[in-house]
Each structure stands twice: as structure tokens, then as C-alpha cells.
Design a protein around this ligand. Sequence first.
Ligand code: HEC
Length: 163
Amino acid sequence: MSAFGFGRVVRAAFIVSAIATVAVAGPAEVAQIKPRQDKLRDMGGALKAIADEIKKGRIDWDNAAIPNAQTVKDRSGYLLGWFPKGSGPESHVKTYALPAVWAKPDEFTKLGKQLQADAAKLNQVVQAKDEAGLKAQVQVIGKTCKACHDTYRSPDYEKDNEE
Ligand code: HEC
């Protein structure tokens, strides 16, 4: 084999091993990123739809508030399972999740559990068609979303999604 050919083989081997290194970063973990963002967006859309009903001043409980509160509850029940180690910025897949998710997991878990409790309460008030209760609970749950985003979601999210 010529020196030139050998160099090519070495280079090719290097590239193959570089690809293999990226792959061991965890394809299963990395594959979580896109679907978790889609589900978080669904949850955001559902909460916004409820806020819009309140703004309209005439809440459509059966077709809007109840199903959207259910979506918030369903999504929040899974949220803590969407952030396996390896699905942060080190994956090189675009994510707004900050390294703090894994560096400060106790507070993250606490906020995730708070969200579940808030979402359960949100469901109770829509089932009861309690307008004052709904207004209050939308504020409460919004604060929990924000508390987590302030620490665990990159501010780039706001920059990238400015209207
Ligand atoms: C326990 C922490 C936590 C809570 C609570 C939380 N989020 Fe998030 N959220 C995150 C993180 C982390 C990301 C970034 C995910 C990513 O980019 O991979 C995110 C991203 C999002 C996104 C952007 C998705 C995208 O990429 O388009 C939306 C929308 C969102 N959250 C809505 C909500 C709403 C609405 C609530 C409350 C009902 C909420 N979140 C509660 C942690 C949280």
C-alpha cells in the first residue's frame, strides 16, 4: 500500500471512530429532545388556550377549558421522565435545557412535582366550572412554569421565539 493510501485509511478510521464516539453519547437519550419539546409546546398551547378563554370572558368549559386542562395534566405527569442524563447541551442537538437540570436535580424534581400538583388542581377547578378558581389556578401554575424556566431553560428560548 502506498503511503498515500495508508494515510487515507487512517483518516477514514479516524472519522469512523469519531462518529462512533458521538453515537455512544446515547442515541436513546438524544432522541428524547425533539419529542419533549413538542410535548412542552403542546402543554404551553393548552395553558394559553385556557388563558384565552378567560380573556374572552365566556369560558367554553366542555370544549376548551376541560380538554386543555387535561392536556396540561397529562403532559406534566410525564415531564420529569423527559430529561435523561445525556439529553442536555452536551448532546449537540439543539435544546434549551440548561446543564442545571442535571447539576441541580433536586430543585428540578421539586418543581416538576409542584407542576403535577398544580395541574391536578387545575383539573379540579375546570371540572367544577369554577371561574374564580380557574383564574387563580392559571396564575399559580404559570408561576411554576416560570420558576422552572428561570433556572433550567435557556433565555435563548425567548430570544428565538420573539414575535
Ligand atoms: C421542572 C421544570 C419545568 C417546568 C415545571 C415546566 N417546564 Fe417548560 N421547559 C423546561 C425545560 C428544561 C425546557 C427546555 C427543553 C428543551 O429545549 O429541550 C422547557 C421548554 C418549554 C417550552 C419550549 C418548547 C420548545 O422547544 O418549543 C415550552 C413552550 C414550555 N416549556 C412550556 C411550559 C409550560 C406551559 C409549563 C407549565 C404549565 C412548563 N413548561 C413547566 C422545564 C420546565
